[in-house]
Ligand binder design. Structure first.
Ligand SMILES: Nc1ncnc2c1ncn2[C@@H]1O[C@H](COP(=O)(O)OP(=O)(O)OP(=O)(O)O)[C@@H](O)[C@H]1O
Ligand SMILES: [Mg+2]
Length: 368
């Protein structure tokens, strides 16, 4: 099955600045695809090439199997919503939504019906005759979404559409966006640098770094099996423990931490051989902390048990406890456990404790 939207080896340079470097991506029909990455990583550039606002230096884009880049931007039938509200200030909400239909010369009766339908979709029917200035920021952005969808574009592009809104409003509109996506089945390319937003909204996420896509996958895939240290640190929180590899074959990695503590792990990485330095990643919620007393005799999980640490800080988070602990080599690591564990009286600030984790949960990366 060919993808609905195919982005193939796109490259864009400005003199000696490489904005994006051979970006390729297949997007399925109806998919919610998010571009996630730090500032300057090439997310907007890729989106603007698809929209037709910029021309690539190399590469091509196919929509439904047909070349898109040779089509004039205003003939591409692609909806676009930007970070800042871009409503026409002198037109009512209804006229804003009607605008793309008027430009296309649709009959009045059709426009009227469509405007009603779109305003209903974004839950703003009662605001039809207001001016944009009489709406909140979140309402204005919903009108922008209604306008972008009014002429049934097969693809909707959104460049950080919620970043100007406060957190509560953002979360509200995220829910609306999910519903609108489900109801319309439109294919969405969505840009954000907020990982929580990406996880909440997307079918799949493309992680951008320095003009390249480092990995594409569902949020779960990226979280569980990050392809690089960059992806691991960009999605979720992680601890990276320095480890010297002693053996890295036969489904088992044996290594040693800087203090001489030996560990075994299922984490393999073909790029690393015996003698190499690497970083073993373990997520905070995959680590367990136990006091010296309660741990005695109860340890022994797959050869990773019992890294001695000093408890530096304890934070109660309602459903969870967060512990900041220092390793023997003075690295601070994070541990997150269900709040029930706070009754382990041996775990107090300044106390010695033991950390362990399951051998299956570690991921091994080359250093930096
Ligand atoms: N007109 C331009 N001239 C020169 N360099 C540019 C131009 N537009 C973008 N760039 C560069 O291309 C790179 C990618 O920019 P882009 O806007 O795609 O990043 P982004 O991922 O959208 O970042 P942000 O999260 O800050 O919006 C950046 O290094 C940027 O400085
Ligand atoms: Mg941008």
């Amino acid at each position: 099955m060919t993808a609905f939207l195919q982005i193939q080896r796109l490259r864009k340079t400005y003199d000696d600045v490489v904005a994006i470097d051979h970006v390729s991506l297949d997007v399925r029909k109806g998919e919610f695809m998010t571009f996630l990455g730090p500032s300057g990583s090439g997310k907007s550039t890729t989106l603007y090439i698809v929209a037709g606002f910029q021309e690539p230096t190399e590469g091509r884009v196919l929509l439904d199997g047909k070349p898109l880049l040779s089509v004039a931007p205003n003939k591409r039938n692609i909806g676009m919503v930007f970070q800042r509200y871009t409503l026409f200030p002198h037109l009512t909400v209804g006229e804003n939504v009607a605008f793309p239909l008027r430009v296309r010369g649709r009959p009045d009766a059709e426009i009227k019906a469509k405007v009603e339908k779109m305003l209903k979709l974004v839950h703003l029917s009662e605001c039809r005759d207001r001016m944009p200035a009489q709406l909140s920021g979140g309402q204005q952005q919903r009108v922008a979404i209604a306008r972008a969808l009014a002429y049934d574009p097969p693809v909707l592009l959104m460049d950080e559409p919620l970043s100007a809104l406060d957190k509560k409003l953002r979360e509200e509109i995220q829910l609306e966006l999910r519903r609108i996506h489900q109801e319309t089945g439109v294919t969405i390319l969505y840009v954000t640098h907020d990982q929580e937003e990406a996880l909440r909204l997307s079918d799949r996420i493309a992680v951008f770094n320095k003009g390249c896509i480092e990995q594409v996958g569902t949020g779960e895939e990226l979280y569980a099996n990050p392809a690089s240290r960059f992806v691991a640190s960009f999605i979720g929180n992680s601890n990276f423990l320095p480890v010297k590899v002693m053996k890295n074959s036969g489904g088992r990695m044996n290594g040693v931490f800087p203090n001489g503590h030996e560990i075994a792990s299922d984490a393999l990485n073909p790029a690393l051989a015996a003698g190499d330095e690497g970083a073993l990643m373990i997520r905070p919620e995959q680590m367990r902390l136990s006091s010296l007393q309660s741990a005695s005799g109860a340890s022994g999980t797959s050869g990773t048990a019992g890294l001695p640490v000093t408890v530096r800080d304890i934070t109660y988070l309602g459903d969870a406890m967060h512990y900041a602990v220092a390793t023997p080599w003075q690295q601070e690591i994070s541990i997150r456990m269900p709040a029930a564990h706070r009754h382990d009286s041996g775990i107090a600030i300044g106390a010695q404790a033991l950390v362990d984790w399951d051998a299956r949960d570690g991921r091994l990366f080359a250093l930096a």
